[in-house]
Write a protein that binds this ligand. Structure first.
Ligand code: GDP
Ligand code: MN
Length: 381
C-alpha cells in the first residue's frame, strides 16, 4: 500500500525529519487561506499516488496571492497520469542549492534492506540510474544489526557531502530506518532531500510503501487506504481480510487456502475456462467471511458461473454452508454455483445446501471445474 506525500510527511515530522510547513486543501479557497497562513511563496502539490508529478504538471510554484487561484484551479481540475486530483498540499516554498536522493528499500536479490544515497536527486533520478548507476550509492543493511552510523558517514563521504551536513544526514537516515522498520515498509524515500540556501537538509517530497502482508498489524493504514486506487471489490476484500485478485475470465472462484485456490484455477484452465478471480478465504473462515466473499464474486459483472472449492480442516463446512445460504438471495442473476465441499462437517454442510436454488453440490474438483466451465460457456452463447 502506497502512502500519499502528505501522509509520509506527517510520519517524517513525527520522527524529527525536517519538512516544510504545509497543509492539505481540497478547494482553491481553502488553498488560499492556508497559503496566507503559511506565507508566500508556496508550492501546490497534487496528492496522487503516482511518481513524476513534477514532470506531469502536478507541482506548481505560486509567488503571490494573485497567482494562487489559477494555479489551484488548474491542478484541482487536472488529471495526473489518468488520476483526477482531489487534494493538494499547500507547502511553504524552499530555496535550495542541491537536490539529494535518500531512500531505504528491500533488495530482493540480496534479501536485505538497502539504503540508497545520491548527490543528484530530483525528478531525473530514474535517468541517472540508467546513465550513471555508479553515482547512486547503495549499502546493504543487516536487518538484525540495523542501520549503523558508520555506513551513513561512509556514503556521505562518497557523494562528497559537505562535512557540516553529515550529522543532519545521519539523523535523517536513522529516522528513516526507524520508520522503515516500525511501519513494515518496503520503501521509504525522500526525493528530493534538499540542501537549502541556509545549509540545512529538508525533505521536499516523501514516498512510502507499506507491505500489504503486514497490514494486519499496521491498523492505522487500513483507514488511510486510498479509495481511488482500489476497486470497491478490493476494498471489501481487504475489510474482511480476504486475498482477492481480479482476473479477466468468467468463472468466479471461492476457495479456502492459497495453494488450493491456485490448484482450482489450474483445473478451470484444464477444463478450458478462465477464472474471473483468485479468492482465498483463508483457514478457519466464519460465515461472515464466506458471505462477504461470495458477495464480491456475485457483484462482478464478468462472472457467469461460480466454482466453490472447500477442503475443510480448521474451516468447518457447515459454517461455510451457513455463509453461502445467507447470501444466495443476492444471486439475482441466477448464476449457477457449483460447489465441492469436503472435510470437517462436510456431510452437514452438503445437507444444508441440498435444497438451495442455483447451487449444485458435486463430488470431485475436476468434475466441479468442468461443470462451472460448461455453465459459463452456455451463459455466454
Ligand atoms: P515528484 O515529481 O512527484 O517526485 O514531486 P516532488 O515533490 O519531488 O517535486 C518535483 C520537483 O519540484 C522537485 O524535485 C523540486 O525540484 C521541485 N520542488 C518541489 N517543491 C519545491 C519547493 O518548495 N521549492 C522549489 N524551488 N522547488 C520545489
Ligand atoms: Mn519526488
Amino acid at each position: 500500500m502506497k502512502l500519499h506525500e502528505y501522509q509520509a510527511k506527517s510520519y517524517f515530522s513525527r520522527e524529527g525529519i525536517p519538512v516544510p510547513r504545509s497543509r492539505l486543501a481540497t478547494t482553491p479557497a481553502e488553498a488560499k487561506q492556508i497559503a496566507a497562513e503559511i506565507g508566500y511563496p508556496v508550492v501546490l502539490k497534487a496528492q496522487v499516488l503516482v511518481g513524476g508529478r513534477g514532470k506531469a504538471g502536478g507541482i506548481l510554484l505560486v509567488k503571490d496571492e494573485n497567482d494562487l487561484d489559477p494555479a489551484a484551479n488548474a491542478i484541482l481540475n487536472s488529471k495526473i497520469k489518468g488520476i483526477s486530483v482531489q487534494r493538494i498540499l499547500v507547502e511553504k516554498a524552499v530555496n535550495f542549492t542541491q537536490e539529494i536522493y535518500l531512500g531505504i528499500t528491500v533488495d530482493r536479490a540480496l534479501a536485505q534492506p538497502v539504503i540508497i544515497l545520491s548527490a543528484s536527486g530530483g525528478v531525473e533520478i530514474e535517468e541517472l540510474a540508467i546513465r550513471h548507476p555508479n553515482r547512486i550509492i547503495r549499502t546493504a543493511i543487516d536487518p538484525l544489526l540495523g542501520l549503523q552510523p558508520y555506513m551513513v558517514r561512509a556514503m556521505a563521504s562518497q557523494i562528497g557531502l559537505d562535512y557540516v551536513l553529515w550529522k543532519p544526514l545521519l539523523q535523517i537516515a536513522l529516522s528513516l530506518w526507524n520508520l522503515f522498520n516500525q511501519l513494515d515498509a518496503t520503501l521509504v524515500e525522500i526525493n528530493p532531500l534538499v540542501i537549502t540556501t541556509e545549509k540545512e537538509l529538508v525533505a521536499l517530497d516523501g514516498k512510502m510503501t507499506i507491505d500489504d502482508n503486514a497490514l494486519f498489524r499496521q491498523q492505522d493504514f487500513l483507514e488511510l487506504a486510498d479509495q481511488a486506487v482500489e476497486t470497491p471489490a478490493e476494498q471489501e476484500a481487504r475489510k474482511f481480510c480476504l486475498s482477492y485478485v481480479q482476473l479477466s475470465g468468467h468463472i468466479g472462484c471461492l476457495v479456502n487456502g492459497a495453494g488450493l485456490a491456485m490448484a482450482t484455477m489450474d483445473c478451470i484452465q484444464q477444463a478450458g475456462g478462465e477464472p474471473a478471480n483468485f479468492l482465498d478465504i483463508g483457514g478457519g473462515a466464519n460465515a461472515d467471511k464466506v458471505q462477504a466473499a461470495l458477495r464480491i464474486i456475485l457483484s462482478d459483472e464478468n462472472v457467469q458461473s461460480v466454482l466453490i472449492n472447500i477442503f475443510g480442516g480448521i474451516t468447518r463446512c457447515d459454517e461455510v454452508a451457513k455463509g453461502l445460504l445467507s447470501i444466495l438471495p443476492e444471486n439475482t442473476r441466477n448464476l449457477p454455483i457449483i460447489i465441492r465441499l469436503e472435510g470437517t462437517n462436510a456431510e452437514e454442510g452438503r445437507r444444508m445446501l441440498a435444497q438451495a436454488p442455483n447451487l449444485i453440490v458435486v463430488e470431485s474438483l475436476m468434475q466441479a471445474a468442468e461443470m462451472a466451465v460448461h455453465a459459463a460457456e452456455s451463459a455466454m452463447v
